[in-house]
Design a protein around this ligand. Structure first.
Ligand code: NDP
Length: 325
């Protein structure tokens, strides 16, 4: 049997953490034959709550859960870790400027990047969920110079899954019939969910442009707000589910003839500024996410991609000015 894989989860006592940890413990993050050791990171005030969640994890008697440790120090939490899920972040409070939000998150993601650089296992894979996820991932990555940049990713899989769900409803087909949807750009309201290359049952998807522009794209981009409105609470369970999907796919690969979406470091593909962490259509193979190459981009897609990328460049410039990267 395999040695346990170390999985660090930050913000472990939060809403997403509560949904996520049980899915990890049950074996859904990596596969049904892979034991995991959980390393939970919280801020000191939330350590007690994390201990409560750990008690419940014990009570799950999960066969694949090989241990749980709780930390309030990133250096310890990332020591020897193989998979890091960076969920804890500074939420945007009322009246907070974007620069202030980025600065507050810099105080979280800079030391975490440094701790990953110093002590994580050589095969470390990092997924940033805490918002603004793309730029938080960039901050962490820039403080981990000894870790290959492509090990840092940001979650747009929830947006991808939301797009799959909307298109599946519209076409009246199960999600399994749909392939090659893509989320481009930032995990924000400017994101571009693209059906330009999408296939249903192996044939190009045909939907009218008006539906795309006035229904599909805004529904996907504003889904988080719609769920808060309906539920009175944020979309923590679907976010946790997408985090599971992101890592599972990263480790186990995408099926032949399909792709998924993830925020990855841009190599300049499709004119996306090199070095920013932007969502692209990606395939996964042998534990690596790769940007799908050679897609034709139509004018509508071009304008949407450029707008979202411009926002990411602005965020990068802000954190650069603040000395956070
Ligand atoms: P959640 O667990 O609900 O959310 C955590 C982060 O995930 C937020 O940044 C949130 O962004 C983001 N997120 C991304 N996608 C989604 C989505 N679809 N739905 C909801 N959130 C999404 O937050 P809680 O406040 O419940 O918990 C946060 C925990 O993190 C707290 O326990 C806190 O103590 C901890 N924390 C830990 C740190 C650390 O370990 N060093 C540092 C900072 C906080 P958004 O703000 O946009 O909702």
């Amino acid at each position: 049997t395999q040695a346990p894989v170390n999985v660090t989860v930050t913000g472990a006592a939060g809403q997403i953490g509560y949904a996520l940890l049980f899915r990890i413990a049950s074996g859904q993050l990596l596969g049904q034959d892979v034991p995991v050791k959980l390393r939970l990171l919280e801020i000191p005030q939330a350590v007690k709550a994390a201990e409560g969640t750990a008690m419940e994890l014990d009570d799950g008697a999960f066969p694949l859960l090989a241990g749980i440790d709780i930390f309030d120090d990133p250096k310890q939490a990332f020591e020897g870790t193989n998979i890091a899920l960076l969920v804890g972040a500074r939420p945007r409070s009322k009246g907070m400027e974007r620069g202030d939000l980025l600065e507050a998150n810099g105080g979280i993601f800079k030391p975490q990047g440094e701790a990953i650089n110093a002590g994580a296992a050589s095969d470390i894979k990092v997924l940033v969920v805490g918002n603004p996820a793309n730029t938080n991932a960039l901050i962490a990555q820039s403080h981990a110079p000894d870790v290959p940049a492509d090990r840092f990713t940001a979650m747009t899989r929830l947006d991808h899954n939301r797009a799959l769900a909307q298109l599946s409803k519209k076409l009246g087909v199960p999600v399994t019939e749909l392939k090659k949807l893509a989320i481009w750009g930032n995990h924000s309201a400017t994101q571009y969910p693209s059906v330009q290359h999408a296939e249903v049952g192996g044939k190009p998807v045909e939907v009218d442009q008006a539906w795309l522009e006035s229904d599909f794209i805004p529904t996907v981009a504003k889904r988080g707000a719609a769920i808060i409105e309906a539920r009175g609470l944020s979309s923590a369970a679907s976010a946790a589910s997408a985090a599971i999907d992101h890592v599972y796919t990263w480790v186990n690969g995408t099926p032949e003839g399909d792709w998924t979406s993830a925020g990855v470091v841009s190599d300049g593909s499709y004119g996306v500024a090199e070095g920013i962490i932007s969502s692209f259509p990606v395939t996964a193979k042998d534990g690596k996410y790769e940007i799908v190459q050679g897609l034709e981009i139509d004018d509508f897609s071009r304008a949407r991609i450029d707008a979202s990328v411009a926002e990411l460049v602005e965020e990068r410039d802000t954190v650069q000015k603040l000395g956070l990267i």
